[in-house]
Design a protein around this ligand. Sequence first.
Ligand SMILES: [Zn+2]
Length: 397
Amino acid sequence: MPTFTARSVFPVSGPPLARGTVTVEGDRITAVLPHGLRTADADFGNAALIPGLVNAHTHLDLSAARGAVPPTPADQFTDWLRAVVTFRRQSTTPVADAVRSGIAESLRCGTTLLGDISSDGGSLDLLAVSPLRAVVFREVIGLRRDRFAMTWGKYRHWRDATADRPGTKRGVSPHAPYSTSYYGYRFLTTVPPHFAAASHVAELPGEADFLATKAGPIRDFLESIGALDPFVKTVSSLRMALNTLGTVPHGLVVHGNYLTPEHVAGFTPSMTLVVCPRTHAAFGHAPHPWPAFAAAGVRVAVGTDSLASNPDLDVLAEIRLLRRTNPDAPGSQLLRMATLSGAEALGFADVCGSLDAGKSADFVAVPLPDADGDPHELLLGDDCGARRVFFRGVEVT
Ligand SMILES: [Zn+2]
């Protein structure tokens, strides 16, 4: 029954504990205590002991794309989309190899739970045998009836031919309101009752206008790739997309770069806004509205998005950027977004996401600088070296 200590222990469900202790029995945490109540067997020294990080949004099947499709300015986003489509067609890296390398990188960064958008659902088997937890969202995409019917049919076949595994659950992902038929959102009412759903919503400038008018640069792009026909039907507004995501037990609204305060009312307690800060910055989008959503009580989590738009899969680097762009946000709020809020978003909060007795012993020792200071601010400062990552009480890096 080992007991661990470090300079700062962050339960996340409560305030940091200076030289606190975490006691583990088997794969579970049995006690998290202030300093002085229990003798430690292992000391991580000048480090922060935090829950395993949660990456609420990534695409592991794009893990071979690092640096291959550089983000464009936001108003040329469709050029980037075109480049990603071309990359997927031309990449010689087997998808399974990309997924494996994304899993390995996630673990090195301290991620022990992630939400993975999977084009073919193939990451399910690989994640099920990996030392982390996941929700695999099978992607559905297509505006034209024939294309949508094909991807929805493949999703249904995958749903019926596979099963959830211990620590690995399944979900569905209508790609985006501008790329996926109205029925991809309407049919969310038909997914199995335990399924989660995630969708890229309000990611692009002009997205709301396109949904209302079916005109503008997004239409031009869709026509150029043959994605439109006279019968195409999309959801008619961002609010309608939000409403459909509110029909599943866990609805993830990814990006939300161009949501406005009126959309707050579209979020139910089962829904989460998932922001991807470094990807948002790479495209030069307008300042993100997430602080107003958080202030209004909407759950906000973070993701890395894929290596097609992000330099790495480090969730801690995402909230370190938010520390710089949102200096008024409390450090405790940012750390929660990268841990417990992500676990709540993905339906794993009863298992992980915080250091509490009864939860899985998933935690990360993050080296800290030698300086004095507020514990959260030290954690959210510069990176100080390799992390040690534990999953179910076993060191995995
Ligand atoms: Zn994405």
